[in-house]
Design a protein around this ligand. Structure first.
Ligand code: NAP
Length: 272
């Protein structure tokens, strides 16, 4: 089965549009601020997608773009302005930031209540302790949303996540734990990766290497969620070789049209 992120996003959008309309009627339109340093192509493309979704769903999306050589103090003061701006409900700051800026300082400066993508360590701590008010990073939440949409059971399942970054693998492992899965986190130093993944009922890939995973990595009943976004021969593809794997596993997300389609919608849900 091909797990369509577009279908998941469509259902989420219905709920978001209703809530956004209620908010507008009760006071003002919800508003997201996107802070972007430089002109990174994928960031600009993502921003455009969020803006388009915002228009469709009744959420204002305001872009604050800064030159690539902005200094840390100046960016901190911009974050502070957004923190204090009552017309903005939440913010997203694209990462990684340029080398002259200490990303940790920026992350800590974001008010937790306005942190739409789990930048501030306080949000991560909430996630770690299972606090219901935690806002997870958008991509891990999108992975769980896809599984739930297709009613794929998580509880008691063996899950392997191939990624240990703070934006994906680590928070995703926590979300799976909250759903009572048994989680293994894999990375570049994992030995016998294919053997480890073969044991898993659900595999999430996010290594950033186009079509790296062939059918030999998965068992035939596996559900595969491909988070990777790569470009090979000018075409977007995931970490999994979709064409050779799709008939050899139980279910798989395509790229494009899989996780990425849900992530930008989750961001707008966080604003509400
Ligand atoms: P990252 O920080 O570079 O993390 C990559 C992870 O993959 C690391 O944990 C790395 O292990 C591991 N890895 C790399 N090569 C491996 C190999 N051969 N075998 C096993 N593990 C390997 O990247 P990221 O920011 O987390 O993003 C990962 C991917 O997800 C990228 O393709 C990105 O474009 C995509 N992404 C998609 C979305 C979406 O909405 N769909 C959102 C965010 C990111 P080490 O820790 O040992 O280096």
């Amino acid at each position: 089965m091909l797990l369509s992120g577009k279908d998941v996003a469509a259902r989420l959008k219905q709920q978001i549009a209703e809530q956004a309309e209620a908010r507008s009627r009760a006071g003002r339109r919800p508003c997201l601020a996107i802070l972007r340093v430089g002109e990174n192509g994928p960031d600009v493309a993502y921003e455009e997608r969020v803006r388009k979704n915002g228009i469709e769903l009744g959420i204002d999306v305001k872009t604050l773009a800064y030159p690539a050589d902005i200094q840390e103090e100046a960016l901190l003061s911009e974050v502070e302005k957004v923190n204090e701006d009552d017309s903005v409900d939440g913010m997203l700051i694209f990462r990684p930031l340029p080398g002259q800026i200490d990303e940790d300082q920026i992350a800590r400066a974001v008010k937790p209540e306005k942190d739409a993508d789990c930048m501030n360590p306080i949000q991560l701590q909430r996630l770690l302790t299972g606090d219901a008010s935690a806002i997870a990073p958008c991509t891990p939440e999108a992975v769980i949303a896809i599984l739930k949409h297709y009613e794929i059971p998580i509880e008691g399942k063996r899950v392997a996540v191939v990624n240990r970054s703070l934006v994906l693998g680590k928070p995703l492992a926590l979300l799976f734990l909250q759903e009572n899965a048994t989680v293994t986190i894999c990375h570049s130093k994992t030995r016998d990766l294919a053997e480890v993944l073969h044991q898993a009922d659900i595999v999430v890939t996010g290594i950033g290497k186009g079509r790296f995973f062939g059918a030999e990595y998965f068992n035939e009943n596996a559900v595969v969620i491909d988070v990777g976004i790569n470009f090979l021969d000018g075409r977007m593809c995931g970490d999994v070789d979709l064409e050779t794997v799709r008939d050899k596993v139980a279910a798989i997300t395509p790229v494009p049209g899989g996780v990425g389609a849900v992530t930008s919608t989750i961001l707008l849900k966080h604003i509400l």
